[in-house]
Design a protein around this ligand. Structure first.
Ligand code: SF4
Length: 364
């Protein structure tokens, strides 16, 4: 154990705060497990990584994971499942998998307290699926909705249907009887940022609990102009964030924002174990295969960074391997490993971070 690190934490946080931080750092188990149950999606959004599977990202076998194969993966990781807080299903549209609920039940057989937060494009969030979600430990359903106007949403998400998605959100709000939190993700781009304040009003009308404003992660140079963050921030967009924050406060709904200034901050993937379609363990979906990552005017394709395969090694041993734990610790310290250098997630500009709105100098 790194004594210098421990002493520095005691100095910063006192003894009780240090115990929490140190136990996080040296955690023997992931906080969440994410299994890639499919490599296809029901939509073909032009900017999405899944749409590039098999083309720009060649090393992907397209298809759905069989339920029996999923059970074999879960049977290999019982100790991790028993200790982890949440279990997620990748890629992107879990409701597209016909065996999703059987998979949840199988995982719950190992840990009845484990939760299944759902991220969905909303197209399949129908009455029957809402009923199924309500009968399981689903703490939140977060719908990807990138605007409050039909043309904005449908031009960004190819194949999406604005009326259907928003109708599904309304029925889910009514049908769920507050059993789960209902949130939206708004991926802020140069094309939709001007409707963010109006979007807050719209989401308030839908009964949304939290709006997560995310940054745009680009996989292709041609679409990198849509990103709103930069090395020095974006005062104009920060002004829009402030207005949206104020509107959310007036409407009584929560909202979170990403940073607009890209600085090494580390990525939250360090608490997650990502298990790919063939049992291989990576830190995240981007590092599970040759994914092109674009940051500002530069781009890079990393070779996959795989720490082991759950069918060949003890999964706890994989999680605690020195190279995997070093990788996580670097992110916790805000140091960016080489393989993440071109990923916006490492710089705090993609995923919402509520503190971004409170730290003006950081965001502008
Ligand atoms: S920074 Fe990007 S590539 Fe690195 S772990 Fe996070 S999501 Fe994956």
């Amino acid at each position: 154990m790194d004594i210098k690190y421990i002493l520095s934490k005691i100095k910063e946080n006192g003894i009780p705060g240090s115990i929490r931080k140190i136990s996080n750092r040296y955690s023997m188990f992931p906080k969440s497990i994410n299994v890639e149950i499919m490599t296809v999606c029901n939509l073909k959004c032009k900017h999405c990584r899944v749409t590039y599977h098999g083309s720009l990202i060649p090393d992907v076998k397209l298809g759905m994971m069989e339920f029996d194969y999923f059970k074999k993966i879960v049977d290999r990781i019982p100790s991790l499942v028993r200790k982890t807080v949440s279990f997620q299903f990748s890629s992107i549209e879990p409701l597209f998998h016909k065996d999703l609920f059987a998979m949840m039940d199988y995982v719950s057989g190992y840990n009845k307290h484990i939760s299944f937060p759902i991220l969905t494009n909303g197209m399949l969030l129908n009455e029957k699926n809402v009923e199924e979600l309500c009968s399981r430990n689903v703490p939140s359903v977060t719908v990807s909705l990138d605007g409050c106007r039909k043309e904005t949403v449908e031009s960004f998400k190819t194949g999406s249907d604005f009326e259907r998605v928003t109708g599904n959100i309304r029925s889910a709000r009514a049908g769920s009887k507050k059993k789960f939190l209902l949130n939206t993700i708004f991926v802020a781009t140069a094309s939709n940022i001007n409707e963010l304040v109006e979007y807050v009003d719209f989401c308030s009308g839908l009964g949304i609990d939290t709006v997560f404003v995310n940054g745009f992660l680009s996989y292709k140079q041609e679409s990198s102009h849509l990103s709103l963050f930069s090395k020095t921030g974006n005062p104009e967009v920060y002004g829009i964030f402030l207005k949206a924050n104020e509107r959310a406060r007036e409407r009584g709904i929560k909202i979170q924002f990403p940073f607009l200034t890209a600085k090494p901050r580390g990525c939250d993937a360090h608490s997650n174990m990502y298990i790919g379609e063939n049992g291989e363990v990576a830190a995240c979906m981007h590092l599970a295969r040759r994914t092109p990552l674009v940051l500002f005017s530069d781009s890079k394709i990393n070779p996959p960074v795989i720490y082991g395969n759950v069918f060949e090694e003890d999964p706890e041993h994989i999680w605690n391997k020195r190279e995997f734990s070093d990788f996580r610790n670097r992110h916790k310290r805000g140091e960016i490993p080489e393989e993440c250098a071109f990923c916006g997630e490492a710089y705090g500009v993609i995923v919402s971070n509520f503190s971004a709105i409170n730290e003006k100098n950081e965001s502008m």
